[in-house]
Design a binder for this molecule. Structure first.
Ligand code: ADP
Length: 299
């Protein structure tokens, strides 16, 4: 069984601020650093650090060779990565004193995924292989339809939520991994109530399973008659930037290894707690060794 993550790669420009900038205001940042990011890249790195072999497909510009190196250094297979003659995607990330973040993304080459390229990449995969997607690249409907026709298992992290998301054939998705805000947006649930979000998702996509992350509250799983919850680990939040991506990559790695949802939730919750305690996006994603040592570290 092969794992393909068809996803974004971004240069993350991280600005540390006391408080988020307000409309009409100009503020000085306390610190500035650049990291390799993008939900796609982060999730591939999380899968690889969790010990799973993953192929990353996507597009970068010539300014983004460091993104390719970052994937390779983490052990991700970049055989299918495309280099185009346009600027790579980038993100502007504000991190405030409490570790919360606000992000603006410019799509760049992430918006240049063509149907021909998709068909060529998927030609290397077959029935039973796993496809992971987020919502930061172009032609997602085509990827889903083509992958499903081949019999691949589709996991979707519907992030960020935007109008395009509602056009996708979401009935083809086997595993949804999403946070509460994404759950509310996707289902049209006006209040942040996990039971209502999950009821609505289950009704709408009865063939799928759902992992709902609840920030500092933890995460829950529902699907095919099974329901479980994992509380988050108590940790001083330094930067929550890659929490969801770390969780998603680790949950999928455990799923690929045939772990039960309860075990997958536990491992993903530990991994994301470690990421929350560290600065930056991809550099904050732990290795499986660190995750296995985690309970000893917090005691
Ligand atoms: P996203 O990053 O996509 O918004 P969440 O905020 O739900 O997603 O975070 C994903 C996971 O990261 C949570 O399910 C939880 O396990 C972990 N996490 C997030 N914030 C914290 C925190 N403050 N303390 C400990 N764990 C956290």
């Amino acid at each position: 069984m092969k794992v393909l993550n068809f996803g974004s790669l971004n240069i993350d420009k991280v600005y540390k601020v006391v408080d988020f900038v307000q409309p009409g205001e100009t503020i000085l940042s306390l610190d500035y650093q650049e990291f390799c990011g993008g939900k796609g890249l982060n999730q591939s790195i999380a899968l690889s650090r969790a010990g799973t072999m993953v192929y990353h497909a996507g597009a970068i510009g010539e300014d983004g060779m460091r993104l390719k190196s970052a994937l390779e250094e983490a052990g991700v297979k970049t055989t299918f990565l495309q280099v185009l003659s346009e600027p790579s995607g980038h993100a502007v990330i504000e991190v405030d004193g409490s570790g919360q973040n606000r992000i603006i993304v410019t799509q760049g080459t992430n918006g240049r995924i063509t149907k021909n390229y998709v068909d060529e990449v998927l030609g290397h995969f077959e029935k039973g292989d796993i496809l992971l997607l987020q919502n930061e690249i172009s032609n997602i409907s085509h990827i889903m339809e083509n992958a499903k026709a081949k019999g691949m298992i589709i996991a979707l992290n519907p992030s960020p939520t935007n109008k395009a998301l509602y056009e996708y054939p979401l009935n083809l998705v086997d595993i949804f991994i999403l946070n509460e805000k994404e759950g509310m947006a996707l289902t049209g649930t006006p209040e942040c109530c996990q039971e209502k979000i999950l009821d609505c998702l289950e009704k709408r996509y009865p063939e799928a399973v759902f992992v709902l992350t609840l920030g500092a509250e933890g995460a829950c799983y529902r699907g095919r008659g099974e329901h479980c919850y994992q509380a988050a680990f108590s940790i001083d939040a330094v930067d929550t930037t890659a929490a969801g991506d770390t969780f998603c990559g680790y949950f999928m790695a455990e799923y690929v290894n045939g772990k039960r949802p309860t075990e997958a939730l536990l491992t993903a919750t530990k991994a994301s707690a470690i990421a929350v305690g560290r600065k930056g996006a991809s550099p904050s994603i732990p290795t499986m060794e660190e995750v296995e040592e985690f309970p000893e570290i917090i005691q």
